[in-house]
Design a protein around this ligand. Structure first.
Ligand code: ZN
Ligand code: ZN
Length: 142
């Protein structure tokens, strides 16, 4: 048991396992909302994110969290509004499309042992440029 702050309301609570981010109250609320969305998707398999948030009252942010963590299967949702942080392509899970994920892994390998990358992949479309820049800078030694 470890004491920690709830990621949602900030309340101190004792977590029975380390993967627990929310206090019991928020966890229960989260589960309720999740069930609501699940139920809604059962009847409206092709619902859009906007429809889901409107009908269930669940925050879009939370919806994305579920998708990112793989908890929610959104195969049926046409356009989730999730975009690859590397190239901006529409994706259904995670943060990057398969191509960018593979490229980033390569870049990370190449940069390993060098200076910390100064740019974050969040800067859409510029990741490749910044990486190249870092390598040039390193070669010049400044
Ligand atoms: Zn809480
Ligand atoms: Zn991409």
């Amino acid at each position: 048991m470890a004491l920690r702050n709830c990621a949602n309301c900030g309340k101190l609570f004792s977590a029975p396992n380390p993967s627990m981010k929310f206090c019991l109250e928020c966890e229960r609320k989260d589960q309720e909302q999740f069930d609501q969305v699940k139920e809604y998707l059962k009847e409206h398999a092709t619902a859009t994110v906007i429809e889901i948030t409107k009908e269930t009252g669940v925050e879009r942010k939370r919806l994305y969290e579920w998708v990112r963590s793989g908890r929610l299967d959104v195969a049926g949702i046409e356009d989730l509004g999730l975009r690859c942080e590397g190239c901006g392509m529409a994706i259904t899970s995670g943060r990057f499309c398969l191509e960018c994920a593979a490229r980033l892994q390569q870049d990370a390998k190449r940069l390993l042992g060098g200076q910390k990358p100064q740019s974050r992949p969040r800067e859409e479309g510029k990741a490749g440029f910044h990486v190249a820049n870092n390598i040039i800078r390193r070669r010049r030694g400044d």
